[in-house]
Ligand binder design. Structure first.
Ligand code: HEC
Ligand code: HEC
Ligand code: HEC
Length: 321
């Protein structure tokens, strides 16, 4: 019950032997469990009859009334759906949205059912829109893009980055930041917030954050900790990095080719959202996490801006664009 609302912990963590990865996977679970809370933490959700009708149409045969697949029978009750399966304003960690994929929900669907312009493709986009614009607390928060640029990157990512990050925490990516925050009503229990509010972080030589900056971070977490304000990176941008820094060892004729979009996809998880980023060998290798070969091999680590670009492209669906 508690952990349905957000994405599931990645199965891949089970077989990764590294202690630091296990540590970070625990942090994922904190996010999942704590922000799920009891189903009653949200104020009344504005009615949306059109969306409710579509939930009944597409999901009702298994999840409404006496149909209770997986124990779920209230998908016609938007309040219940919101309290159990989404984080307002953050579709990228909301189970309801993440579950809508070919072969997943609705059950027995195929990729064709999700092709552009089909009913389910439109419905999935509508679910995303509903979650991302759900204004339950009217918090006037800055976007992630602004806070990352103003605070996380200059004040935290100087230390919390590639190669043995302090406490295993990488704050140079959204995926890393998400592990130490509790989006939504329990924002104040976030480890990241506690560290800045109690003045433990940032460590010298970086100056402590002033009260306005601490408040901005808190509001962003309270408003859902969304990945907003970011223009998604394209494969063209990622490929520019690959051509400059990787292709010398990863050419088309090697067994580890990164020469085309299809070849790169061998190192990108098919799971959507931050869980997919965390599972992707491409991301883990450039973040130089333990358990993978640190890349680029025998060369300096990529700057945070390039890691951020690779993450952004994966979060946007790792498209061939
Ligand atoms: C044909 C039956 C069927 C339809 C239609 C269906 N589901 Fe499910 N759903 C299931 C079953 C069975 C489960 C139990 C978990 C599993 O087998 O994956 C489930 C589980 C879930 C879960 C919980 C997943 C988890 O891991 O906790 C969610 C959320 C969900 N469904 C949402 C939806 C949504 C949204 C729709 C409509 C877009 C939908 N389902 C349509 C059969 C269905
Ligand atoms: C100068 C290096 C440095 C900077 C800059 C820095 N940290 Fe840290 N951080 C550390 C070290 C080292 C640790 C390991 C624990 C310790 O020594 O207290 C740590 C631990 C942490 C922890 C876990 C332990 C705790 O106290 O909660 C969090 C959360 C954290 N940092 C967040 C941040 C945030 C947020 C920022 C930016 C606002 C930041 N750090 C900036 C070095 C740094
Ligand atoms: C100097 C040569 C060299 C450069 C430059 C290089 N790589 Fe590699 N890379 C390798 C080798 C060799 C392997 C195979 C490692 C092994 O299996 O031990 C590898 C493996 C990988 C893997 C798989 C890692 C794993 O543990 O499964 C990824 C992903 C990867 N590289 C990405 C990159 C990216 C992205 C860049 C550029 C930012 C890059 N590499 C630059 C030589 C290089």
């Amino acid at each position: 019950m508690l952990n349905r609302r957000l994405f599931k912990p990645a199965k891949v963590f089970i077989f990764i032997g590294s202690i630091s990865i296990l540590l970070t996977s625990c942090n994922f679970e904190n996010t999942i469990v704590n922000s799920g809370t009891s189903g009653s933490s949200l104020p009344p959700i504005p009615p949306n009859p059109a969306l409710t009708a579509k939930l009944v149409q597409h999901c009702g045969e298994c999840h409404v009334g006496s149909n209770k697949s997986g124990g779920i029978k209230d998908l016609d009750n938007l309040q219940w759906v919101a309290e159990n399966y989404i984080v307002p304003a953050n579709s990228s960690i909301s189970m309801l949205y993440l579950n809508m994929n070919p072969g997943d929900m609705p059950k027995n669907t195929t990729a064709a059912d999700y092709a552009d312009g089909t009913d389910l493709a439109i419905f999935k986009a509508e679910i995303k829109e509903w979650i991302d614009t759900l204004d339950i607390n009217t918090i006037d928060a800055k976007s992630f893009a602004e806070i990352y640029t103003d605070i996380f990157e200059p004040r935290c990512a100087t230390c919390h980055s590639v190669d043995n990050p302090p406490a295993g925490i990488q704050l140079n990516s959204y995926t890393g930041i998400l592990r130490v925050i509790e989006p939504g009503p329990l924002a104040e229990t976030s480890l990241l917030y506690d560290a800045i509010n109690q003045g433990r972080m940032p460590k010298a030589p970086n100056p402590l954050l002033d009260p306005d900056e601490i408040e901005e971070v808190l509001k962003w977490i309270q408003a859902g900790g969304a990945y907003d304000g970011i223009t998604p990176a394209t494969f063209t941008e990622v490929n520019t990095i690959i051509q400059a820094k990787c292709i010398s060892c990863h050419g088309a004729s090697t067994s580890r080719s990164l020469a085309s979009h299809a070849d790169v996809m061998a190192y990108v998880s098919s799971t959507v959202g931050p869980t997919g980023v965390a599972e992707s060998t491409l991301y883990r290798a450039v973040q130089r996490q333990s358990g993978v070969q640190p890349m680029p091999r025998n060369n300096p680590a990529l700057p945070n801006s390039e890691i951020f670009t690779i993450e952004s492209w994966i979060l946007d669906g790792a498209q061939d664009n």
